[in-house]
Design a protein around this ligand. Structure first.
Ligand code: ATP
Ligand code: MG
Length: 553
């Protein structure tokens, strides 16, 4: 991460505020998720921004659950959100809930009614929508708009007391039915919902709308910089208006462009559909753009923070290539992942001149990228090995530098071998490759004088552990599935998961721990899945070694 990068526009605002002595030099941000789903990489952007600002300017960040819609919210989501924020490496100052402010918000509403700024409306949702007009046509008022303060106070109290069914009445702000900003045409403040809330239980049957909860919650906490995404720009006048009329702490809202990533979807509603309809294996499916999915896939917090840093803070919507995210994890894992050999598509290699029952033990560095080394490991060598099927060619083309009949290749960290003959089954599939090895060609002590161009990986057949390997590809076939004709699910990539049931890996991987990154040499970065056990190893491919998508496209 470059230290000299220029300030983003929100940092500029914060620095101006600090220079002007605003808020007594205090910076307090908040991250305000609605607990109606798991966090995704877009939220990570917002988290990095909010917590990052506070960190940079000696401030603090609250974690505030925006839990004003009881129907869709759940403690499962609250728990997962806390886990994900912590995992990303951030600590919040206070854990807060908009629902803790329900009493206060109710009082605020009463204050506005007394100011003649709010009224109870008996119209249906359809009637309200119809009366609102269009962006070019002003809206129309109705008889409820002229209710007296006393009547409004009584009706609002009755709404709270549960005297009316869902939808019978709403509380609206009396602002301007002709405003060019549709959101100012008497927006809803409260609606009736006889629903159980995950925190307040059945205490309330009226719930505040986002616009009447968010700014006031910010003000109650004395948030100095309330950062949100661009779609809230038209909400800002409302945010400021309520704060002004209520004469509460003047929090300020600033908007930045949301993160859009290609080949995926990021709305929680859509992600929920993928989960509920079984297109993926839960919110933490490694193909999901969720934080928990990325974690299970083998992404590290550092790689996600680096990604968020690199994309910067934009004022205009744009689409970020998922290749950048992949680049960030490759960079990170290259420095940390231990190198191991694993054969994903195995074929037997028999070394005819290597004595049966003999065993060599070879050494290889854990990670040659680490300065001063990261230790080494031992791995056994014997007469029968597994190699990749595509590291052998029966009729080698001119530039083929791997194994063929009469062709020589080096076995990684071991000997040079020469292809001799093959065995095939009745269908013509190769079942074994016979070769000879050059005893003087041992790696590190090679006196054979033979130069070979290719090196292939292998594992000893007698000693290897069997593992299942899951290869993931992009979940969608098109860049922006939400912007295509028809349903976004029509564009799911049918080959986004390939399961290899019989993969042979170096024996010491039996002791690997979940979350530990491994580079399978020449194959990619992998991590143990949460379902893996020492007897039933399951690896997820985090990312390939190089960007292989271009070739396929
Ligand atoms: P979604 O549209 O995915 O359902 P949301 O905006 O409804 O997301 P919230 O839980 O309300 O989800 O979001 C919490 C915070 O994260 C908000 O401040 C929101 O602006 C921010 N956020 C959500 N999605 C993104 C994104 N793609 N990029 C940046 N910030 C985001
Ligand atoms: Mg939201």
């Amino acid at each position: 991460m470059s230290e000299e990068r220029s300030l983003n526009f929100i940092e500029e605002i914060v620095e101006e505020d600090l220079a002007a002595g605003k808020n007594g030099g205090r910076v307090l941000t908040r991250f305000p998720p609605e607990p109606n789903g798991y966090l995704h990489i877009g939220h990570a952007k917002s988290i990095c921004l909010n917590f990052g600002l506070a960190k940079k300017y000696n401030g603090k960040t609250n974690l505030r659950f925006d839990d004003t819609n009881p129907v869709k919210e759940d403690v499962e989501y609250v728990d997962s959100i806390k886990e994900d924020v912590k995992w990303l490496g951030f600590d919040w100052a206070e854990e807060l809930y908009a629902s803790d402010y329900f009493d206060k918000l109710y009082e605020f509403a009463v204050t506005l009614i007394k100011q003649g700024m709010a009224y109870v409306d008996d119209s249906t949702a359809e009637e309200i929508a119809a009366q609102k007009g269009t962006p070019t046509e002003p809206g129309k008022g109705n008889q409820y708009r002229n209710r007296s303060v006393e009547e409004n106070l009584q009706l609002f109290a009755d709404m709270k007391a549960g005297k009316f069914p869902d939808g019978a009445k709403v509380l609206r702000a009396k602002i301007d039915l002709a405003s060019p900003n549709m959101l100012l045409r008497d927006p809803l403040m409260y609606r009736i919902k006889h629903a159980h809330h995950h925190r307040t239980g059945d205490a309330w049957c009226i719930y505040p709308m986002y616009d009447f909860a968010h700014g006031q919650s910010d003000a109650i906490e004395e948030i100095t910089h309330s950062i949100c995404t661009l779609e809230f720009v038209p909400h800002r006048p409302l945010y400021d208006l309520f704060i002004e009329k209520l004469n509460i702490f003047p929090s300020k809202q600033y908007e930045f462009a949301r993160l859009n990533l290609n080949y995926t979807v990021m709305s929680k509603r859509k992600l929920l559909q993928l989960v509920e309809e079984g297109h993926v294996d839960g919110w933490d499916d490694p193909r999901m753009p969720t934080i928990s999915g990325l974690r299970r896939r083998g992404y590290t917090p550092a790689s996600i923070r680096e990604f968020c840093e690199r994309i910067g803070v934009a004022k205009r919507e744009n689409m970020i290539d998922v290749g950048l995210l992949e680049f960030c994890i490759r960079e990170d894992l290259n420095k940390t992942a231990w190198r191991r050999m694993a054969v994903l598509d195995p074929v037997k290699l028999i070394i005819d001149n290597y004595p049966e029952g003999q065993k060599d033990v070879f050494h290889g560095e854990n990670n040659p990228e680490v300065e001063g080394g990261d230790g080494s490991r031992e791995f056994p060598f014997s007469r029968e090995l597994w190699i990749e099927r595509d590291d052998f060619m029966e009729e080698p083309t001119k530039k083929y530098f791997r194994l063929g009949i009469g062709l020589m290749v080096r076995l990684k960290n071991a000997y040079i071998i020469k292809g001799e003959s093959i065995e095939k089954d009745a269908n013509g599939n190769i079942t074994a490759i016979h070769c000879s090895y050059i005893p003087e060609s041992k790696s590190g002590n090679d006196t054979s004088g033979i130069n070979v161009k290719g090196t292939i990986h292998w594992v000893s057949a007698d000693h290897a552990k069997t593992a299942e390997v899951r290869l993931y590809d992009r979940l969608f076939q098109v860049e922006d599935p939400s912007n295509e004709d028809g349903d976004f699910k029509d564009y799911i990539n049918p080959n986004s998961l390939q399961v290899l049931k019989t993969v042979y890996v170096e024996p010491d991987l039996a002791n690997a721990k979940p979350g530990t990154p491994v580079q399978f040499m020449r194959k990619g970065y992998f991590t143990l899945d949460k379902t893996s056990t020492p007897d039933n190893l399951v690896f997820n491919r985090t990312v390939t070694l190089k960007d292989s998508w271009v070739k396929k496209g």
